[in-house]
Each structure stands twice: as structure tokens, then as C-alpha cells.
Design a binder for this molecule. Structure first.
Ligand code: NAD
Length: 451
């Protein structure tokens, strides 16, 4: 189905133009122009897909991509330079370095929850590293996917960057082709399909997945601030954020106080009727609306109610006295439900985290340095944040990625450049002074070993 396109894009890579500094810069600038000249259209499609407020669309989607492109443009010369490595005396006369080179043709499969950011940020990294790219936006966010297909080709080099729209059959057909690198953002079920397809060609993969990112709230923290940071991370994009705090653990006697503050924050953010607030998003489609509803079954609602199916509206919801066995604790929520699960103490919270799949992020709210250290060194997660949620994704000097079930590999900033590049080992020697090599040439003898 895509043989012809692959042939074209392979010959475009073979011309060598994507390896040049000039081509990479021109494409990064082209993406920036596409974002800047069409900002209204981007806000419009994100509103259509997810009811995103333009502030969220600008800050968490378009501007993030523009900043990433600027960062690449500013640093690309340095990143492309050979990186010298240290050498022992035996290699004293030689030059040894790492040369980053593009893999070739990369496939990027995007997700729907941040449909602009999660396709263009990887694209920026892949281009900075000098690859040709086949970009497959998620069909779930249809308006954004259409935008990318209609607008991106007006700006970028169409021989080297292809946008393919479609759903499972199209993705399945794409995955039959041989790529040199595949990046997939989405769930761990599809990630297995991607990895299996990649294994047929021994293609390296970068998998950005999800899971249940826990938060722990310690005693003695400023509950007003904690509630604001939890609510912002959880309810932005109606909870459809891969690094949203999935559930909150705290000691039982803190639960009422925490809920009181969460309720006040929800009202301050979205009014007493969040449905009427244009700052609050919607669930992407009916299937996901029903999925999130099922997770609520049997739970005690402390804040929330008034969901409207026809509008795919689920109120910002807080669930209290949640237990590990409840439906809401079985799968990633990916919607605006915030379960509070009381625990004995932080040691129990650490045990719960370690008994489950490794999360994409772990959030600890505390002023106690030794408790923070216990979490940091005693657990494993893609990222670890103290006293905030989600914002690590905006600091591109930090690698962004999961571990175990939450993903493999990392990207953002220089980390993207490294991930989309093969680090080639280079050793340059002179043909002179070969006498020093006599020891390693046959015929071997004990005398040569110095015995
Ligand atoms: P999704 O189902 O839209 O999948 C994403 C892509 O996979 C789409 O392009 C789709 O066409 C393709 N796809 C779906 N089913 C397929 C199949 N059977 N075979 C081949 N391709 C297929 O995405 P989703 O799972 O609904 O996204 C939500 C998940 O993504 C959550 O778990 C979330 O945490 C995770 N996520 C992770 C990150 C991150 O950066 N780590 C970011 C966003 C979302």
C-alpha cells in the first residue's frame, strides 16, 4: 500500500540532503512558520477535537513546538559536531570520537490527546537529527490530523517529510514497511504491536506510553497550593494527559482537608458549574466517555456529578476512600477523575508504587528531605517531581520518557536529537609507525606476551 511512497522517501534520503546542516535548519524554520502563521487554525482544530481553550492550545501545544524548534536551531551546529572521547595511552596517536548520524527514514505515530505537540515535537527531533520522516497523526483527533495533512506539506520538503492519515488499517500497512527508526506515542497494548512489527526488520523503537502516575501528599504541606497543582495537572485537557497525576495517596486523617481544598480549587478554576467554563475540556469521543464512566462504578464521589453524555462532558471529579481493588485503580484513567486512596504512611505508598507497573511520572508533595529521598531512590518511574505535577515536560534539558510499561527511550531537546541519531564510533589512525603494532600481529609467541 505504501511501497511507492517508501521508495520515494528512501531515494530522497539517499540524495544526502537531509544530512546537511542547511536542510535541517530550513525544515525547522518551516515548521515554526507553519505553527506561527496558522495559530488561529490550530486553536480551532484543537477546540473541535478536545474543546481546548486557546491558552492551553498555545502554551501546551504550539508554543512548546516553537520553543523546541528554536532550541534545535540554536544548538544544532554543536550537536552535529563530532564528540571527542577520552583515550588510554595505547590510542594516544589516534583520533577517537562519536559522530551522530541520521538513522534514515523514521516513522512517527502520534497520539490524539496533544495532537499537535505529540506529532510535531518528535518531527522536530527527527529532522534535527537529519532523518526523512513519515508522520502518522492519530485518527482519533480528526480535525488536528486533517490540519497536519493539509498545512504541513505547504511548508516542509515534501520529498522527505510525508504525512499519512488513516486509522488502524493504514497504521498496520505502514508497519509492514521497513523503517530505520519508529517512534510511537500511545498505549502499551499498541506499543507491543509496533515493537513486534519493528522486530521483523530489527528497527529500533522509541515508545512513549502511559500508565498510572501516582501522587503522594505528605503531612504538613500547604494544602491550598498542593490542591492547585494537583487540579491543574489532573484536569487540564479534561485529564487526558499522559503525565496527569492518576491517583493520590495520603494518610487517612488528611483526606477531608485535601478534599476540601480540591473542591475549592475546582470551583476557583472552573466555577461551580464546570460545564459552562471554557477553561475545561471534553472527552475526545464516545468510546472514551463510556470507558471513563465505567471506572467510576462503585466509587464514592466527593466532588463532581452532572456528566452529560451528548456533550462528552465529565465533571472534574474527586473520589474518596478508594481501594486498590476498585475499578478506578485497575487501569490508567485518562479522564477527569481524581481518586484519593488513603494509606497508613509513606512506606505503604512506596510499596504500592513498587508493586505496580513503573509509572511515567511520580509526584511527591512534601517538605521532608529524607522522605523525598526515600521515594526518589526507592522507586522507579520515567520522571520524579517534587511539589508539582506535569511541568517537567516543559523543561527540555530533562529527558522525557517512561520506563518499563510506561515506555522506552527519551526525547525533548538534545535528548530527541540523540534518540533519532545513531552514535557512530569513529577511530582515525595513521598508517605510519606500524612497528608499534608488531605485538598484535601473528605469528604469536610467548615472547610477545613477555613470558
Ligand atoms: P491511540 O489508540 O490513538 O494510538 C495512537 C496511534 O496508534 C494512532 O495513530 C493509531 O492509529 C495507532 N493504532 C491504534 N491501534 C492500532 C493497532 N491495533 N495497530 C496499529 N496501530 C494502531 O492512542 P491511545 O492509546 O488512545 O492514547 C492514549 C495513551 O497514550 C495513554 O495511555 C497515554 O498515557 C499515552 N500517551 C503517552 C504519552 C507520552 O508521551 N508518554 C503522550 C500521550 C499519550
Amino acid at each position: 500500500m505504501y511501497e511507492l511512497m517508501m521508495k520515494d522517501v528512501r531515494s530522497a534520503f539517499a540524495t544526502g540532503k537531509t544530512r546537511t546542516y542547511e536542510w535541517r535548519i530550513s525544515q525547522l524554520k518551516a515548521i515554526m512558520r507553519c505553527l506561527q502563521e496558522n495559530s488561529d487554525k490550530i486553536n480551532e482544530v484543537l477546540f473541535k477535537d478536545l474543546h481546548k481553550h486557546s491558552l492551553e492550545s498555545v502554551v501546551m501545544e504550539a508554543n512548546m513546538c516553537v520553543s523546541e524548534a528554536i532550541d534545535c536551531i540554536n544548538n544544532l551546529k554543536d550537536w552535529m559536531k563530532p564528540e571527542k572521547v577520552s583515550k588510554p595511552a595505547l590510542y594516544m596517536m589516534d583520533t577517537a570520537y562519536i559522530q551522530s548520524e541520521p538513522y534514515g527514514v523514521a516513522l512517527i505515530i502520534g497520539a490524539w490527546n496533544y495532537p499537535i505537540q505529540l506529532t510535531l515535537l518528535p518531527l522536530i527531533g527527527a529532522i534535527a537529527a537529519g532523518n526523512c520522516v513519515v508522520l502518522k497523526p492519530s485518527e482519533v483527533s480528526a480535525a488536528s490530523a486533517q490540519f497536519l495533512q493539509d498545512y504541513l506539506p505547504k511548508y516542509v520538503d515534501n520529498d522527505c517529510i510525508k504525512v499519512v492519515n488513516g486509522a488502524v488499517p493504514e497504521t498496520t500497512a505502514l508497519l509492514k514497511e521497513k523503517f530505520d527508526f519508529i517512534m510511537y506515542t500511545g498505549n502499551s497494548f499498541v506499543a507491543r504491536i509496533v515493537m513486534e512489527a519493528a522486530s521483523k526488520h530489527l528497527t529500533p523503537v522509541l515508545l512513549e506510553l502511559g500508565g498510572k502516575s501516582p501522587a503522594y501528599v505528605d503531612k504538613g504541606t500547604d494544602m491550598e497550593v498542593v490542591a492547585r497543582r494537583l487540579c491543574w495537572g489532573k484536569f487540564a485537557n479534561a485529564g487526558q494527559t499522559c503525565v496527569a497525576p492518576d491517583y493520590v495517596m495520603c494518610q487517612k486523617d488528611m483526606q477531608d482537608e485535601l478534599i476540601k481544598n480540591l473542591k475549592a480549587t475546582i470551583e476557583a478554576f472552573y466555577t461551580a458549574d464546570p460545564k459552562s467554563s471554557d477553561s475545561f475540556g471534553r472527552i475526545v469521543n464516545e468510546k472514551h466517555f463510556q470507558r471513563v464512566q465505567k471506572l467510576k462504578k462503585g466509587a464514592e464521589v466527593a466532588v463532581g456529578g452532572g456528566d452529560v453524555e451528548e456533550e462528552k462532558y465529565i465533571a472534574p471529579t474527586v473520589l474518596r476512600d478508594v481501594k486498590l481493588t476498585d475499578p478506578v485503580m485497575q487501569d490508567e484513567i485518562f479522564g477527569p477523575l481524581l481518586p484519593i486512596m488513603p494509606v497508613q504512611d509513606h512506606a505503604e505508598a512506596i510499596k504500592i508504587i513498587n508493586d505496580r507497573d513503573k509509572p511515567l511520572s511520580l509526584y511527591v508533595f512534601s517538605n521532608n528531605k529524607s522522605l523525598i529521598q526515600e521515594f526518589r531512590l526507592g522507586t522507579s518511574s520515567g520522571a520524579f517531581l517534587v511539589n508539582d505535577t506535569v511541568v517537567h515536560g516543559g523543561l527540555n534539558t530533562l529527558p522525557f520518557g517512561g520506563v518499563g510499561n510506561s515506555g522506552m527511550g527519551r526525547y525533548h531537546g538534545k535528548h530527541s536529537f540523540d534518540s533519532f541519531s545513531h552514535q557512530k564510533a569513529v577511530l582515525e589512525k595513521s598508517l605510519a609507525l606500524d612497528s608499534v603494532n608488531q605485538l598484535r600481529y601473528p605469528p604469536y609467541s610467548d615472547t610477545k606476551l613477555g613470558w
